[in-house]
Design a protein around this ligand. Structure first.
Ligand code: ASP
Length: 343
């Protein structure tokens, strides 16, 4: 049983949460994170030892690239044994992609890695940033009676809800309730107390933390729409440009029976390309073969992405292509669950 103060490392990457209004220009700009206690004095009252590190140049999350994900994952990996939990402050726009990527890069977690951010800068009166930050720290520090972390995975905390990172999606550009996990229930809801959904929390079968820093970015994503000019997408279906593609299909995984589309897919797969079918509906799952318009996919070897979000599917493709060479192994990884992202 531990009785020392839990410790949390905050990794500040940028985004709205760390911004204040320039008094002269009115522009939003990042503040020096070392001054966080000035903006959130409540942190002094938490029974948590808080330390922070920051990106040298904090960024809007629209600027995030897989290299930044590697940087973040490396920061967690390097500090893993020194802290009880981690909070990553990140812009909300691409948070679901980043949280998904880190879930695949850091497998075997037994400590929480909580992404949070805000819709309003921490320096504004009605900010949602303070509550998000304080509760994210509380969750990152929370342990059960035996001293084990309650959350042992990458998660997103936003507006009183904790979501599995690789199940989350940003759904609102202006509501405080900006995230959801459409195909998986919340991991926790913060009210007067933080109520954990204990049977939904991920538990790894790995014996220790494994770091997978390699991401292969030769992946493409095509969203179908009525009238889509498939010929314009020829380069995306070129194995020299991409090694795997996500097709965002309609409903339960349906697509038009257009002959140009079909020959692009068949040639691509014959050359070794991988095609993953993800529904563009915000909830529900792909069921290839349910309708005649998706039976074709089964015939030519398109992989069903089940109920994965596009964000998780994209990160999972980058991870799978980055770490496994063999096509069968890649397909096996893509169809099964790695860390609670599907099913
Ligand atoms: N554009 C900002 C970002 O994603 C929005 C936010 O932080 O919520 O960095």
């Amino acid at each position: 049983m531990k009785n020392k103060k839990p410790s949390v490392l905050i990794i500040y990457t940028g985004g709205t949460i760390g911004m204040i209004k320039d008094a002269n220009t009115g522009e939003l700009k990042s503040f020096n994170f070392k001054h966080i206690y000035k903006h959130v004095p409540e942190l002094n009252r938490l029974n948590v030892l808080i330390e922070s590190i920051s990106f040298e140049q904090p960024i809007d999350s629209s600027e995030m690239t897989p290299n930044h994900w590697v940087q973040m994952a490396q920061m967690v990996f390097d500090n893993y044994s020194n802290y009880d939990g981690f909070v990553i402050l990140h812009g909300s726009d691409t948070m679901a992609y980043g949280a998904s990527a880190l879930s695949f890069m850091l497998q075997g977690l037994r400590k929480p890695v909580i992404f949070t951010g805000s819709q309003l800068p921490i320096g504004t009166i009605r900010t949602d940033g303070k509550e998000n930050l304080i509760t994210a720290i509380e969750i990152a520090a929370d342990a059960d009676n035996s001293g084990m972390a309650i959350v042992q995975e990458v998660a997103v905390y936003f507006e009183y809800s904790l979501y599995r990172g690789n199940r989350s999606s940003k759904i609102s550009a202006n509501q405080f309730e900006a995230f959801t996990s459409p195909n998986f229930s919340e991991l926790a809801v913060a009210g007067v107390t933080i109520e954990y959904n204990l049977d939904k929390l991920f538990r790894t079968k790995l014996t220790e933390l494994q770091f997978f820093p390699k991401l292969n970015t030769h992946v493409g994503l095509i969203k179908l729409y009525p009238g889509i000019p498939f010929k314009a997408y020829q380069n995306v279906f070129d194995i020299n440009h991409t090694e795997a593609l996500i097709i965002e299909t309609y409903g339960s995984g349906n697509a038009p029976s257009d002959s140009t589309f079909r020959s692009l897919i068949e040639n691509y797969i014959n050359q070794g390309g991988i095609v993953l079918n993800i529904t563009q509906c915000s909830s529900g799952s792909v069921h290839q073969g349910k309708y005649e318009t998706s039976t074709y996919f089964n015939k030519v070897g398109v992989i069903s992405g089940g109920n994965m979000t596009s964000e998780a599917a994209l990160a999972k493709l980058m991870h799978t292509l980055g770490n496994f060479e063999n096509r069968e192994e890649r397909i096996q990884k893509l169809t099964g669950a790695i860390c609670g992202e599907i099913g």
